[in-house]
Design a protein. Sequence first.
Lengths: 341, 322
Amino acid sequence: MTLLSVRDLRVWFPIQKGLFRRVVGHVRAVDGVTFEVNEGETVALVGESGCGKTTVGRAILRLVEPTSGEVRFLGENVADLDEKGLRKVRKNASMVFQDPMTSLDPRMRVIDIVAEGIDEHGLVKGQEERKRRVTELLERVELRGEHLTRYPHEFSGGQRQRIGIARALAVEPKLIICDEAVSALDLSIQAQVLNLLDDLKRELNLAYLFISHDLAVVRHIADRVFVMYLGVIVEEGPADALFSAPLHPYTQVLLASAPSVESRLGAAPLAGDVPSPANPPPGCRFHTRCPVKIARCSVEVPEPRKVRLQTVACHLVSPDAASQEGTSPTPGDASQEGESR
Amino acid sequence: MSVLVVQDLTTSLPTDEGPVPIVRDVSFELAAGRCLAIVGESGSGKSMTALSILGLVPRPLAITSGQILLEGKDLVPLSGAAQRRVRGREIAMIFQEPMTSLNPVIRVGEQVIEALLLHEKVSKKAAYGRALELFERVGIPDPAARLEAYPHQLSGGLKQRAMIAMALIMRPKVLLADEPTTALDVTIQAQILRLLRELMGEFGTALLLITHDLGVVNQIADEVAVFYAGRIVERAPRDQFFSAPAHPYSVGLLDALPARAQKGARLREIPGHVPSPTNVPAGCAFAPRCPKRGEACDVVPRLEPLCDGSRRVACFYPEEPV
């Protein structure tokens, strides 16, 4: 069953100038994004900073207002909802943030942090039941019940992220949006939290929208992956297919650039910087950095097309080109020249 | 021949209950043109080791014992002024956040040549000439204009390149880099790692890289030192470290990597968490989390060569090399 369906979502932030805050342009943070998340599924949004992945997550819960497009959650258009309707959305979809140091109110006790959603939605009656429920939640994320009355600063980074997860679970959501939820954690703790997320998903039939720049983590946890570049999705597909045979030149470069413990970097890393989303290049947004661009790329926006198991927006990848590998660029295999130092 | 030798370095925080060591008996050496990566989780003492070498230990912390030998000369007893002469000229540092380590109200060029004007008798014009050369070398497009720019006008990747140019302008013998690519996107990260590798070869600079990212270590390091609770628990050539780690903590770190796990399978966890410096277990600090702990672990293990001589490990029950 489709839980979340996002259609042609745009989020533009106005650029204002001068005394009268005249709007002189827009930062097109998200510029036409379409995807779905099904019940019990882990969908990942990956991309570099400024690609719009975080804004997508925030727009779903209307923490930022979408400029246009449609976000349907459990069948309802989130954009049309009033406060009451939004509360229902936020009861069924919650969020875990990147930085457990700053996303928990330092002046609140753990019980009140975790119970925030419970209180908001009136999910329990009386103090006793509230306490029992929070204790349950803490134990579920492998913290101890006696932590109830402590404050966030008394916990390590990993424990704080567990508190953040307990808070997200408190409303019994169907979807949890994890925005770089394990990025700030140390390696040994990251594994613990990823395993916990995996257990919770199985037990509670949760869906995750997993927003991350960490490709190794995404490869491990995601069922489907959407690759974003400058506000648009350039490639989408099942995680296994996308990681083992990426089609879009950007996906290929992204995978090849990630410093891996398994291989050394190839000869030619991608040159240049990501252009500004206030003034995205015409045509294919990636053409200014693309190693294989042709004339058409700077003029015509590539339409997403189904190729093999993926959907890819690139003029150079055609649907009948299952044999594309021979001609498509594979920067990752460029050479092992990197060894020669 | 080692340019930098650190010998039994201990840096401590004085408290009412006595000094609390943050860095404990750390020893390593670094040869010209080589890269030693210091890896460890937060609180392992890796950044404090770097600050100790730079003579930038924040008060009230202080180096309580040990030597830091730069080409045979001990830096620890030097006065503030003498340390400043070394810093910038012979040892330079690049930090994690290029955004916060450049002064936002001073033009980039001014900041890049500052060390040169401070340490050498050169005209401003000659200094700018050298900065321009270096900007070209580190791959900054339109270098003349970039020297005139303010930091906010540069992207993250360009700022980090400018930082590298600034660090290298004195041709330092040792470059300390604390998470130099962590704040950058992967495509930019790859560019910077490549650049650092090239510059090490060209200038003969030794690189002490501090990072938690084992992927980065694999790209650039010659040798790896694994820190845990202020101590080095393993020191190994890169390939040996990745293919056959010997300390149970190193094994645990590599096993915890999602990249090394079967898709969808559970990740191997290291149970528990890193102890705080005030609460380091007696004996081997890793023992409470260690799957191989035994009776001997009540004593602090020394960092000793493994039987095949390939590396040094501080463990009574190391993985034997195959």
